[in-house]
Design a protein around this ligand. Structure first.
Ligand SMILES: Cc1cc2nc3c(=O)[nH]c(=O)nc-3n(C[C@H](O)[C@H](O)[C@H](O)COP(=O)(O)OP(=O)(O)OC[C@H]3O[C@@H](n4cnc5c(N)ncnc54)[C@H](O)[C@@H]3O)c2cc1C
Length: 389
């Protein structure tokens, strides 16, 4: 029989939620599962544009992290990791506590670091709203929207990937609902609108942005002040509110961890989801860089990483062989257009329809509901699903 193993899950990201929910059935009798995550619940990013646009209430978009953990054999430490020290094999929590582990799994997503943003866009840290952390943004949004409705403004969304397109269209929907006239601009950078998507997807997005009254500028934002946005070409725009959707940064705590990282600071993992430098560390979701099978950072990939991670954490607990996992080369993306339609993309194929919105709505609501409805029951005698101090 294998020795007692302490498995620490850092973050309650999409892949870890799967592991927690299914741990009850895991054949790993000598393993103790500990989850470190700061929030009782967290807003599901896929539904954030719907929340901004008024389609959903916050309670409909919350992933019930605490309840998922409570109904599992895992122990919850409600905290944030400040440092990972691989030399000492500990995670240092915000209260200074050192948490040791036999196996560490990291699923803490990406961040938007104000210092990094300021390097590329001086003033961004002070004068713009950041879409991440998503829970902070969601909390600030109602007051921001109320202020926009009281005093019509010039609003710019900076960053025109899928999240930027959904965000600006959500703002348009929220303002249209109150018949508020405001200038809406999407700053798409030199690479342009949705640069990783097919020409057809771009054309469709451009068409719906135009119909929603959004001006798209294909230049880079190089600075922000309280009321101005500066572009690379020298143009300055009136901008009373800037929302940054420019993509994430690797969490800073990884930099000094001793883990092997890629050039952008994300954890390099192999086909087993295992760190290149430390075989007892796994990483999944946005925080990982899958070197054999590189793929975009998205919730879909983070969710798909859950089942293979579960299998390999069980194998790690039992000291048995790991199983390789190849993520899909493409995924279905459904973008909320804020008008009762969604843009569906699959590789080079793209189309818009009300049916796709219905589908996206059903998938997203189903994802939230699944967190509670499919949880296995607790079994007596296992490590308690309690909250640790
Ligand atoms: C507006 C918007 C819309 C999006 N829509 C979609 C979509 O429709 N479909 C899609 O596929 N993707 C979408 N994305 C991308 C998606 O949000 C991410 O790819 C996805 O959330 C990544 O999941 P994850 O598990 O890696 O991390 P996350 O979901 O970010 O979870 C990270 C977890 O780690 C915790 N954590 C963070 N730091 C620490 C720490 N130091 N210590 C302990 N815990 C920590 C957090 O509290 C959280 O529980 C969208 C993004 C945005 C901004």
């Amino acid at each position: 029989m294998s020795a007692h193993k302490k498995i620490v899950l850092l973050g309650a990201g999409h892949a870890h939620l799967h592991v927690i929910r299914h741990w009850q059935r895991a054949q790993a009798p000598n393993a103790e599962l500990i989850v470190v995550s700061p929030r009782e619940s967290q807003i599901y990013s896929g539904m954030l544009p719907g929340l901004m646009g008024g389609t959903y209430k916050p309670s409909q978009c919350e992933l019930p992290v605490a309840r998922v953990i409570k109904n599992s054999p895992a122990t919850w430490i409600q905290s944030t990791a400040r440092h990972i020290d691989m030399a000492k094999q500990v995670v240092v929590l915000e209260n200074g506590r050192h948490l040791s582990f036999d196996t560490l799994s990291i699923d803490i997503g990406s961040t938007m670091d104000p210092d990094e943003l300021d390097k590329r866009m001086p003033g961004a840290g002070e004068h713009a709203m950041r879409i991440r952390p998503i829970d902070d943004f969601a909390q600030q949004w109602p007051a921001t929207l109320a202020s926009l409705r009281a005093h019509p403004h010039s609003i710019a969304v900076v960053g025109a990937g899928a999240a930027g397109v959904e965000t600006v269209l959500a703002v348009a929907k929220a303002l249209a609902a109150s018949k508020t006239q405001a200038g809406l601009t999407l700053i798409a950078g030199a690479r342009g609108l949705m640069h990783t998507y097919s020409p057809r997807a771009k054309r469709l997005a451009a068409m719906w942005l135009k119909r929603a009254g959004v001006q798209v500028i294909e230049q880079r934002c190089v600075g922000l002040s309280a009321d101005t946005l500066s572009l690379h070409g020298g143009l300055r725009l009136q901008c009373d509110l800037a929302i940054l959707t420019t993509g994430g940064h690797a969490p800073k705590l990884l930099a000094q961890s001793g883990l092997s990282l890629n050039d952008h600071g994300y954890i390099r993992v192999n086909e087993y989801g295992q760190s290149h430098s430390h075989p007892n560390v796994f990483a999944a979701g946005d925080v990982s860089a899958n070197t054999p099978y590189p793929h975009p950072r998205s919730g879909v990939y983070a969710v798909r990483a859950g089942p293979p991670l579960l299998v390999n954490l069980i194998a790690s607990a039992n000291s048995t062989a790991l199983t390789a996992y190849k993520p899909p080369t493409r995924t279905l993306n459904l973008l909320n257009l804020g008008n009762g339609r969604a843009l569906a993309t699959w590789g080079r194929w793209a189309a818009c329809s009300r049916v796709f919105w219905w589908w996206k709505n059903a998938i997203d609501k189903g994802f939230i509901a699944k967190q509670l409805t499919t949880m296995p029951q607790k079994t007596a005698g296992k490590v308690g699903g309690k909250q640790a101090a």
